[in-house]
Design a binder for this molecule. Structure first.
Ligand code: SF4
Length: 344
């Protein structure tokens, strides 16, 4: 076994240089074996989690215009939309009818919605519909703070009081400023993203983190990303899980490359090894499919994220009911358990 992996197996923290060395030179089989062993050491109950939430994209109007995004619209586009409170209620009731108890609110970064649009939706969802809410990426929160001229700490308290209980680590993609300049120059740079997540955690809003890879990022930039996540986590402990995604083909202008199954699993496994302070690693069944998802559960992951409650996104790859999710987990050799958004 690669000596650096032996260190990790003995519980020694590996530094960024060691992680880069492992990514480049260790075989994928030894990396996934060590990750699987670490997962069993840390979570010996052999359980795999899943959750049931619905993503509600409340608007597709966005002023950020990332180069890879085919979702965003200008406000005068024919198919631009912003959901009303009652439309969001209807979608929530549909989700509850098939077992969801959590809603994930995510925009567009709309430049013109008033603060009470957000607070009234949060109050309706939590107080009237009885669901818990994860919502708003760091760039949404920062732009709200600027638009409303309310300092971010104060804004977080207002949203929390209205019902927000968790934030997604959305919009991280690759936390390297060279890549961010290419992908999304109007989004937050790496430091701003990390500072915003840290502030959320400090204000009692934990959540998840992710990486999205498979463009022309370098191996060094992948490790830089993981290092940013681990550094924030050392300060706050607010990342309950980490998810590995790949870029999906969305726009013809955006360079994506094929990510092989072995490459995906190796990074998933390295995340378990390097992020020794993040309790849960999620494999993306929705993005990577069932076969790779099953292998991911033997490569360091202990969670399959959520069943799919959307008509339009990759449904064929996802798991669409609680029974299907539990059967999938059992077939992979684990005991399923249903968790909350924040793994409470
Ligand atoms: S911020 Fe989100 S919605 Fe806006 S362009 Fe970027 S990825 Fe698309």
């Amino acid at each position: 076994m690669h000596p650096l992996l032996k260190n990790a197996l003995e519980g020694k923290r590996i530094d960024s240089n060691a992680a880069l060395e492992i990514l480049r030179h260790a075989t994928w089989t030894e990396v996934v074996q060590v990750a699987n062993a670490l997962r069993q050491q840390k979570l010996p109950e052999n359980r795999v989690g899943y959750t049931v939430f619905r993503i509600i994209n409340y608007t597709n109007i966005c002023s950020v215009r990332c180069s890879f995004c085919s979702f965003c619209r200008y406000d005068n586009d024919n198919d631009a939309y912003t959901l009303s409170l009652e439309e969001i209620r209807t979608k929530t009731k549909e989700a509850k009818a098939i077992g969801a108890d959590q809603i994930f609110l995510q925009g567009g970064v709309h430049p013109g919605l008033p603060l009470n649009y957000y607070t009234e939706i949060l109050e309706m969802l939590t107080q009237e519909e009885g669901v818990s809410v994860r919502g708003f990426s760091p760039v949404e929160l920062k732009r709200m703070s600027e638009n409303f001229k309310i300092p971010l700490p104060e804004l977080l308290e207002i949203l929390k009081k209205a019902g927000l209980s968790s934030v997604p680590g959305a919009g991280a993609e690759i936390l390297s400023d060279r890549m961010r300049e290419k992908l999304s120059p109007r989004k937050l740079n790496a430091k701003e993203w990390c500072d915003t997540m840290q502030l959320c955690h400090e204000h009692g809003l934990p959540g998840s983190a992710n990486i999205v890879f498979g463009s022309d990022e370098t191996e060094e930039e992948i490790i830089e990303h993981l290092t940013h996540i681990r550094d924030v986590q050392d300060k706050t402990g607010g990342f309950k899980s980490f998810v590995v995604w790949t870029f999906q083909p969305q726009t013809k202008d955006f360079p994506i490359r094929h990510v092989s199954g072995m490459e995906y699993l190796k990074l998933l496994a390295l995340s378990r090894i390097f992020l020794d302070n993040v309790p849960h690693i999620e494999v993306s069944i929705l993005g990577m499919g069932r076969e790779l998802g099953e292998m991911g559960l033997h490569s360091g992951a202990d969670d399959i994220n959520s069943i799919v409650i959307e008509e339009n996104v990759l449904k064929s790859q996802g798991l669409t009911s609680i029974a299907e999710a539990e059967a999938f987990i059992r077939q992979a050799g684990f005991t399923p358990y249903r968790r909350s958004l924040n793994f409470d």
